[in-house]
Design a protein around this ligand. Structure first.
Ligand code: NAP
Length: 266
């Protein structure tokens, strides 16, 4: 592990460059990890953030954190596997103003050998990880098209490029997210809407550090896979998402931005 592993990104870094002031941004998975970090940074960049997740107490904690720093946010419990709930989320967000960016972050991982997968698990993972991002992108795009403005960001994964034993469904879902991103980018580009993905490498969150994990060994193992000797912090991913949501990335669409410390370079 790199002895110079920096502390998590300075959460007070100057964000004026990103110019999201006054815009409405939707973030799913906002109760935890990468979604929470992204929501907090969007609010710091001046956006009003609609927070969506299944976890209501986590949502409330994110909202409190944003409001205590004088940011604007509202929470809506949303099951991203349900297209009608995503549509209701979009409706609620539009009450605050036109949605300028929609970030599909919510996802789950389950480690199960392919030979042991049952149809219920198959549907659950694909419905949340791939379906949630497809239907989320659709409800966002339907509202952005008439205004000819918007950005959609999907959170993919390193796993889309590298098979990992026990994660076939997760890897398939994220590979699907990458192609979904390109397909939407083709269709929505003529409407002046950009669609991109961020593919994190190992990032320390509740997803990667279940209760009882030996964190030191976990970090060392994953840092060893990076030429930089680093693991990711949620803010590392959040800043990439902010960039892709802002006009600073106006010439970028249909891309998968790998934020992974160099652990894969396809
Ligand atoms: P996390 O801390 O577990 O956050 C994910 C959030 O999504 C949780 O609050 C979870 O709620 C929520 N969620 C799950 N199913 C949902 C549903 N059907 N509807 C709404 N919300 C739902 O994980 P994270 O690490 O921040 O992951 C965020 C995204 O990054 C995921 O798409 C993940 O695949 C991707 N990613 C993470 C890593 C990493 O190393 N952390 C690497 C590559 C990609 P519950 O807790 O109630 O389930």
């Amino acid at each position: 592990m790199n002895p110079e592993q920096p502390p998590a990104f300075d959460p007070n870094a100057d964000l004026t460059l990103f110019g999201l002031g006054g815009s409405v941004v939707v973030v799913t998975g906002a109760a935890s990890g990468i979604g929470r970090a992204s929501a907090i940074q969007f609010a710091r960049a001046g956006a009003f953030v609609m927070l969506a997740d299944l976890d209501e107490s986590g949502l409330a904690a994110t909202e409190r954190k944003i409001r205590s720093a004088s940011g604007g946010a509202r929470s809506i419990r949303t099951d991203c596997a349900d297209p009608s709930e995503l549509d209701a989320l979009a409706e609620a967000a539009e009450q605050e103003g036109p949605i300028c960016a929609w970030c599909n972050v919510a996802g789950i991982v389950r480690k199960v050998a392919a030979v042991d997968v049952d149809p219920a698990l198959y549907r659950q993972i694909l419905d949340i990880n791939m379906g949630g991002m497809f239907w989320g992108s659709q409800v966002a795009a339907r509202r952005m098209i008439p205004r000819r403005r918007g950005a959609i960001i999907n959170v993919s994964s390193n796993a889309a490029d590298e098979p990992i034993a026990g994660l076939s469904l997760y890897a398939m879902s994220k590979a699907g997210v990458n192609m979904m991103t390109r397909s939407f980018a083709k269709e929505l580009g003529p409407h002046n809407i950009r669609v991109n993905a961020v593919a994190p490498g190992f990032t320390l969150t509740a997803m990667t550090r279940p209760e009882g994990t030996d964190t030191v060994a976990l970090l060392a193992r994953n840092a060893a896979r990076s030429p930089l000797g680093l693991v990711g912090a949620p803010e590392d991913i959040a800043f990439a998402i902010l960039y892709l949501a802002s006009d600073a990335s106006r010439f970028i669409t249909g891309q998968v931005l790998r934020v992974n410390g160099g652990t894969s370079m396809p």
